[in-house]
Write a protein that binds this ligand. Sequence first.
Ligand SMILES: [Zn+2]
Length: 421
Amino acid sequence: MLRRRHLLCCGGLAGVGLFSALAAHEAGLAGPLLNPCPPIQPGSVPGDSTGTALDGVPPDWLAGIWDGLDPAQLWDVHAHLLGTGDSGSGCWVDPRLTQWWHPVEHLRKRMILNGACVPDRSEAVDQAYVARLTQLADAFPAGARWLLFAFDEALDTDGTRRPDWTTFHVPDAYARQVAARRPDRFGWVASIHPARPDALARLDQAVQGGALAVKWLPSAMNIDLPSPRWTPFYDRLAAARLPLIVHVGEEHAVPGAGQQGLGNPLHLRAPLRHGVRVIAAHCASLGTALDLDQTRPRQVPAFDLFARLMDEADWRSHLLGDVSAVFQFNRSPQVWHTLLQRQDWHPRLLHGSDYPLPGVMPLVRLPGLVKAGLLDPAEVPPLEALRRQHPLLFDLALKRRVRSAGSRLSPAVFATARHFT
Ligand SMILES: [Zn+2]
């Protein structure tokens, strides 16, 4: 059955009382639920010669985040580009997200735009989104970059466009154009539905245009990974050595076609068998999927299936996972502890932020991480202060600070550029 729920962006703004709490705060728009969006000081990060202090963030604590890291290797491999098309970008958002008589959808859109510090009722959403992201990026040391995602439409199996399944659309050309303006900070990731009649031509164009990867969200776009129809597409990806970033596990944030079964992590074996390097977005850390390896398949945590693939010898050189969104409140402590403790996986885990979600305040709940034993309570005040001033730096700092049984995410997780050269 096709279900429709509406929300921008991926990563997991699931309901779970979040939006009723938000509704209660709507009148005053107060409290810690909203990103205060202060102006960003250039060079607010140690390592920049013009370094400016951040309120409530001890400089030496902040400097410690960079211990053992090379900023030139720090590519954020999961950052969303969003827009309404008001600049002529070709971006598109499901109109239901902007209609007050769809209150939940409307509120979700507002939260996402607040996370990106795009003013409510802005008439220049495209421009404001990129301007804020650029400011945040420019506060990082030179060399750090963000991979900006295009996002293709949902298509029927016969290749027909399905606007009724499409939550939002960001054309390849726009992602390429935004990245080209600031190649020192941005690269771009193409998104091409393989059922498009001209999918291979689009892929060639993306390769020639310098795309660093291709991104799919099978459950929202309606892509059945094991289908033999995609063999030419997989072969072309493998030949170009272009990674395929695939969202597997449950997806609440981009409902799209609503086909959660298409997000089964075991389906990743199809592109892997064709020699494609695959990056499992969020390490499939949300929801359940059918264990299709059993004679009587039952639902198991999607993350367990990702873990199974990570441990299969055949994919050791080709299967990777990104750690974007994994420390949000809706992931299980078992996911947190496993990712931190599996040091043998760390060379294959990639830093990603799922921007703009680090700016959506309710999604990361530090007391929950303290309770799970991941975070020293002394880390909470500087992290909270940092989050209000610079969500991207907060996301990095949090991933550097969490630990389980003495094990942290190793520096290899933050040396991501090497996977794209
Ligand atoms: Zn995402």
